[in-house]
Design a protein around this ligand. Structure first.
Ligand SMILES: NC(=O)c1ccc[n+]([C@@H]2O[C@H](COP(=O)([O-])OP(=O)(O)OC[C@H]3O[C@@H](n4cnc5c(N)ncnc54)[C@H](OP(=O)(O)O)[C@@H]3O)[C@@H](O)[C@H]2O)c1
Length: 237
């Protein structure tokens, strides 16, 4: 499918995977809306995207706060007009021992990674339903498939995202909305490098561009085809 002229909102589009997806889709002629908490980094990505000659807008808000998400999304939909694709990407990784992690940190991880996906999807669903088609990609993690030491909050949040995303697909698919759950393994970004997940060798794991190209290819599939779930790993970890 040709993506030229479609419009995508990518949460957490200022850095890491979100930025790579934004640039990759802009290269295909997709109009882009990006979100994040830091206006300066968002503006820098906007300038990079403008070079592709597509429409681009940004909104600065905290994805863990429902009222901010609602006003941010209505601003973006107003600025961009029709929106066809939502990439639920914004997330945080706080790693540490279960008995040592403050409960506020635990709550913040769940509030950002799980409620952020829920809030954004609720904002875009009425728009896609009215349009009669759309795509929602929810980015979970292999950490959500199996819990592990030092990642209790993160793994629990991502397991919940997988479940939420599957329910979303079951309810919204009939409206010609493809809901896709992705569970990537480690990819070299601030989150994984700062979290000590790349063992000091970020060049050995997947790069953000690898993931972005996969997302692009999934979106390009004929609308009759829906990739419900997918994992991606580096070949030689
Ligand atoms: N990298 C990996 O190895 C990996 C593996 C599996 C899954 N994932 C998932 O992929 C997604 C992207 O991760 P990444 O590695 O690209 O992380 P990253 O480099 O740390 O980027 C995170 C993005 O999310 C935004 N963000 C974080 N908290 C936010 C909040 N409260 N409100 C609004 N925006 C927020 C950040 O912007 P601001 O800081 O400016 O707000 C940034 O744009 C996450 O959901 C992550 O869990 C990553």
């Amino acid at each position: 499918m040709n993506l030229h002229g479609k419009t995508a909102i990518i949460t957490g589009g200022s850095r890491g995977l979100g930025k790579a997806i934004a640039l990759c889709l802009a290269q295909e002629g997709v109009n882009i809306g990006i979100t994040g908490r830091n206006e300066e980094t968002l503006k820098n990505v906007v300038h990079e995207i403008e070079k592709f000659g597509v429409r681009v807008a940004y909104a600065t808000f905290d994805i863990s706060k429902e009222t901010e998400v609602k006003s941010g999304f209505s601003q973006l939909i107003h600025d961009l007009g029709e929106v066809n694709i939502l990439i639920n990407n914004a997330g945080i990784g706080n790693f540490g021992k279960l008995d040592e992690m403050p409960s506020q940190t635990w709550e913040q991880v769940i509030q950002t990674n799980l409620f952020g996906v829920y809030y954004a999807a609720q904002c875009i669903y009425p728009h896609l339903k009215e349009l009669g088609e759309g795509d929602i990609i929810n980015i979970a993690s292999t950490a959500g498939l199996k819990g592990g030491a030092g990642m209790s909050a993160y793994a629990a949040s991502k397991a919940a995202v997988i479940s939420l995303s599957q329910s979303m697909m079951a309810e919204w698919r009939k409206n010609n909305i493809r809901v896709i759950t992705l569970t990537p393994s480690t990819i070299a970004t601030d989150m994984s490098i700062d979290g000590g997940l790349t063992d000091g060798n970020p060049e050995k794991v997947l790069q953000p561009e690898d993931f972005a190209e996969w997302v692009r290819d999934i979106l390009k599939m004929n609308r009759r085809a829906l990739i419900a779930n997918g994992s991606i790993f580096s070949t030689n970890p």
